[in-house]
Design a protein around this ligand. Structure first.
Ligand SMILES: [Zn+2]
Length: 240
């Protein structure tokens, strides 16, 4: 991954896009890739991550057949690539450590800064109370378009019936039995069908659902071994 650019006094996203990506118009790509609210949502000292070359090339390419895409103005993949290892996760999605309060809980400021909501194309019963239908899931702000694309694809592929219950997305907590943050703390993981997919079991997740998530770069906890096996769990990072 290229090094992020640090915002200096007088910088604008258009300036950064012109200098780093060769085209001031690609400021909108930087907005979506960094999960910003808009082109003015930057402050001095902020790290602006540069999208992979393929995404930049796709955004620059004349849009011959992408009329719908041109209308939405978005790049082909308006979310970052899945990071590998803790250092890359911290760089991409932020460090919750300064937000951990003396009692071990995480300050609400963390959620305010990093977490947003992705709209689901179909409601999913909540495991904690199946009478409650979930229509939006809390996840990292940079991954809102990713989760929306994944669930739209689940619906498009007719796999809606394989998603039986929603166990949780963003939850600020430590990994089970450990003192390091769970990937749920960054809002980059989701638990599905948890009633029948407890940790350490083979579970009954539809392999087509697994293939779909993996196609988007998710790691499936059902591939882990022994007691770590976690078939309900999908996370958008590896090496952690
Ligand atoms: Zn999980």
């Amino acid at each position: 991954m290229p090094k992020p650019t640090i915002v200096k006094k007088g910088d604008t996203l258009a300036k950064i896009a012109a200098a780093q990506l060769g085209d001031a118009k690609l400021a909108s790509l930087l907005v979506s890739y960094n999960g910003l609210a808009g082109a003015r949502d930057i402050v001095v000292g902020q790290a602006i991550h540069l999208p992979p070359r393929a995404d930049v090339a796709a955004a620059k390419a004349p849009r011959r057949k992408g009329r719908a895409q041109a209308r939405s103005g978005g790049p082909i993949r308006p979310w970052p690539a899945a990071p590998n290892g803790l250092a890359a996760i911290l760089e991409m999605f932020g460090d919750p450590a300064p937000f951990v309060l003396p009692d071990g809980t995480v300050s609400p400021k963390w959620e305010i800064q990093q977490i947003a909501r992705a709209k689901l194309p179909f409601p999913i019963p909540y495991t904690g109370n199946p009478a409650v239908m979930i229509t939006k899931i809390a996840c990292h702000k940079k991954l809102v378009p990713l989760f929306e694309a994944v669930f739209a694809d689940i619906q498009a592929q007719g796999l809606q019936g394989s998603v039986k219950t929603y166990g949780g997305g963003y939850v600020a907590r430590m990994k089970r039995g450990q003192s390091k943050p769970s990937t749920h703390t960054w809002g980059i993981a989701i638990d599905l069908n948890d009633r029948t997919n407890a940790m350490g079991t083979a579970g009954d997740i539809d392999p087509k659902l697994v293939a779909l998530f993996e196609g988007y770069g998710f790691v499936w906890g059902g591939r882990w071994s022994g007691a770590n096996k976690d078939p309900m769990h999908f996370q958008y990072c590896s090496g952690y």
